[in-house]
Structure formats: structure tokens, C-alpha cells
Design a binder for this molecule. Sequence first.
Ligand SMILES: Cc1cc2nc3c(=O)[nH]c(=O)nc-3n(C[C@H](O)[C@H](O)[C@H](O)COP(=O)(O)O)c2cc1C
Length: 385
Amino acid sequence: MSRSLTIGPHTSDTPVVLAPMAGVTNMPFRLLCREFGARHSANDGGFFVSEMVTSRAIVERHPETMRLVTMGERETPRSIQLYGVDPATIAASIRVLRELDLVDHVDLNFGCPVPKVTRKGGGAVLPWKTELFTRIVTEAVKAAEDVPVTVKTRMGVDDSHLTYLDAGRIAEEAGAAAIALHGRTANQHYSGHARWEAIASLKQAVTSIPVLGNGDIWSAEDALRMVEETGCDGVVLGRGCQGRPWLFADLAAGFAGKPDRVKPTLGEVARVLIRHAELLIEFFEDEGRGVRDLRKHVGWYFKGYPVGGKARHALATMESLDDLKEKLSVLDWEAPYPGEPVEGPRGRAGHPKRTHMPDGWLDSREISQEHRARLHEAELSVSGG
Ligand SMILES: Cc1cc2nc3c(=O)[nH]c(=O)nc-3n(C[C@H](O)[C@H](O)[C@H](O)COP(=O)(O)O)c2cc1C
């Protein structure tokens, strides 16, 4: 199956997007994914989106946020995900990014289910308020000018309050360049299965811009199957590549019709871990911080590999690059690729949860004065989706 994906002026020969993941898809991880994607693609195997940043933090130019959105030379196009609740602030943040020449593609986050966001009416529960959603996308597109704006959303709040078909039509009319759907409601969080049939319905409803499918892709075969079953124009991949950046090589090969798949030995995984550590140290300009940031990746990298509890624990307390190398050296580098145990679900899972919302949020699709007055709180101290 050979096909490309076009987002505004940018085309990739591989219809794949690295999902924005707070705390994960920073520059070092994006670069690793690109390096693998480039093995079978002239465009690094797709689009690689930043962790989400809040529009307010951009407008206020918080130093940490500005560092998160400053991309490496190797990163083109530069895809930045914004989270916000106020059309004017979103527009202002996009103007800042454009003025500073930091962005080639803006992705808007309407999928975040975390309570501190939805409790105030933000994230995955925002598209319920159709007029507000329309204004955010419209103002974003206007401010972005020739920079394409994409929308990422969930199916809705719960099965009785689905929003994705309206969101798709509104995004299309407002000038969005693509819409991505995670096939879960906010109530589902990361539990159960992503419902790919919703992606197929969205593809039927939205005909003039690419529809991207997201949820539960763990291999290149899954990605090809999602495209086949739903008709979507591309796939967005999150947890499946945690600890497996080489999945982007598999995806690029798969979409190019090649059978090549990366099946790393334990030693090859260890080498990627060292490369990841080096990139993190460079990014944070701080060896301790870089290595500590890598700790959370260790469990993902070694999932399914014969690495005992003691070695995992030792790696979880590593303090320096030499320390990492020493702790890796005791592993059996010749241990072969374990196959299936590496290939299934990984990362966040859990149970369905009732979504917290402002009182009366679901009573109407218009936003009340009272809700509007408190909306800005949905953007304070937010990270992660
Ligand atoms: C650790 C983590 C952080 C995430 N952060 C974001 C985020 O910042 N923005 C966003 O739109 N989605 C975020 N998501 C959701 C993913 O982008 C994606 O929609 C979701 O994981 C489903 O895709 P998957 O099944 O391929 O993982 C996050 C998910 C995880 C697991």
C-alpha cells in the first residue's frame, strides 16, 4: 500500500504522524523516530508533533515552553501542538510562533481527558460547545495564514454525548488542514479498545480534508489494517512507539510495501537507549537531567526482553551517561528479539472514568456566561493529554 499524506503545503511519502505525548515527544524522542523513519522514507516517515504546550504560556513566552517549541535543524516540518480554550489567546500564540519563525504546522488539542482540564471545560469536553469550538478553530486558521492547522479530538464526552462528527464538519468548514480522531470518548480514557468504526464514520462525513485515525496501533500491520478498514488518510501513533522508536522504520517500510521490520536484539535496544540518552543530554544541556528524563523510558524499551528486576531497578536510578553504560553492560547483549511480548499494547491503559465537567456543561451546546467566565482556569498549570 503506497500512499502519501498532505497537510497544507507539506507532503510526506508515509501517511504517519507521531502523536503528541506530553513528557515523551520532546525533541530527542522525535529525532530518534525520524532517524528510523528515514530508513525507508525521503520525509523521515511522516509528521512528528511536539508535546502539547498551552497557548497562554506561548503568549507569555515562558522560557521552558519556548524551549519545548524550539525545534532542531533536522526537524522539518515543525509541528507544534497547542492546547487552549480561548480563541483570542490561541490566535495570539500562533502569531507569536509565526513571528519567531518557530512553526510549520499547528495541531490543536481537543482530546485531553485529564480532570484538571475537563473540570473547567477544556480538552476533550470543549467540542461539546459548538460555537466556542468553531471560534477557536476559525481564529486559529486565520492567525496561522499559510501555516496549516489540524485538529485532534476524541469521539466525545461519552456515548450519549458524541461530538466528533460535528467537530469534523466544523473543522473542515473553518479551514482546518486535517482532522485526527482518537477512537475513544473522554470517559474511556485509555481503557478498552479504540473504536476504529468511528474513524470510518468520520471519513464518510469529512470529504475535503485528510482524516487521520488514532488509537491502538502497535505495529505496521495494525497501521495498514486501520487504513484498509476505515479508509482513513493516515494514522497517528502514540503509545505503540514508546520504547520502540524503530516502529517508524517499520511503518515507512510497511506503507512502501516492503516486508522489512526492525527486530532488535537486546544489545541493539541498549545502543538506542544510549543514543536517546545522548540526545536528551544535548537537549537539556544537563547530563543529570537528561539521564533522569530517560528513566521513564527504560521500562518501555525493555518490555518483553530478558532484563531482570535488579537491572531494571539499577537503570531506574541512573545518574550519568557512564552510569547508564555500565548498567547496560551487564545485560546479555546477544539476547534475540523476543517477538510477540514486544509487539502488543504498552503504555497507559486503566479503566473508564466519569469525566469531570463544570456543573450543567452538558445541558446545552451553547456556552453560558458563567462557564465562559471560568474557562480560562482550564489553561492554568496543564500538561499532558
Ligand atoms: C503519556 C501520554 C501523553 C499524551 N499527551 C498528549 C498530548 O500532549 N496531546 C494530545 O493531543 N494527546 C496526548 N496523548 C494522547 C495521544 O496523543 C494519543 O491520542 C493516544 O495515546 C491514543 O493513541 P495510541 O493508542 O496510539 O497511544 C497522550 C498520551 C499518552 C500515553
